[in-house]
Design a protein around this ligand. Sequence first.
Ligand code: PGA
Length: 262
Amino acid sequence: MCYNYRMKSYIVGNWKMNFSVGESSVYLHKLQQKTRAYRSIEVVVAPSFTALQPLSLQLDRKKIRLAAQAGNPHDFGAYTGGVSYTQLRGLVDYGIIGHSERRQLFHESDKDIRASVAAALRNQITPILCIGETETEHTFGETEDVLRDQLLGGLSEVSTEDITKVIIAYEPVWAISTTTDSRLASPDEIARTVKFLRHILSDTYSASVAEEIPILYGGSVNPSNAGAYLTVPGINGLLIGGASLIGDQFIDIIETAKKVQS
Ligand code: PGA
């Protein structure tokens, strides 16, 4: 199978529950001052809900796009505390869906996740569907089964017409910096997993779908390892937590993405 390595690179910063509205605005201001607009790189930041509206007003869309960190799959209704993709429509271009912290800490089920992917698409928001095995699943050799279930489960309500509008983020839970016993995934391990994911996409949809869907890597990405992860065959970008909170590190990773393309 031949993958589309000339596809755009995605550099996505997941700020998680960090920064006040004011801090988010100052960060975005500096980021926009210090980064250039690259047509081949899509830079995306995912602030807290409270910052989305003010940030959307200061956003230079040629340089940066906004993502929601989560969303409620119902359009409207009695869902106290919820924010729906219908409400996010027009405010964000991307939605991070099924992040391992949402699955584990907020008990989001496969059903919620697949409904969120469908709701995002229905509202012109590109889903970034996160999948990844836990340390225990990894140790017991269950990685492929878990990833197959999360991938196909998350995509099961997506029409064949919309399938190439989805982005996948592979984030092994054991490699995410917020876990206590995190360790780095090696580029070889990631390459094998991405190959497996593209095979599943090819078997389930088609070879061209498998080629077109961007797959990002996430898990303790920082300026020193970003180049190695970005050059893993079949990887089209990065989902970054901790390092995206430090402006200089995030910019460094964006510049690395540009360098590895040239
Ligand atoms: P990390 O987070 O870069 O801090 O490991 C990645 C993520 O949780 O998306």
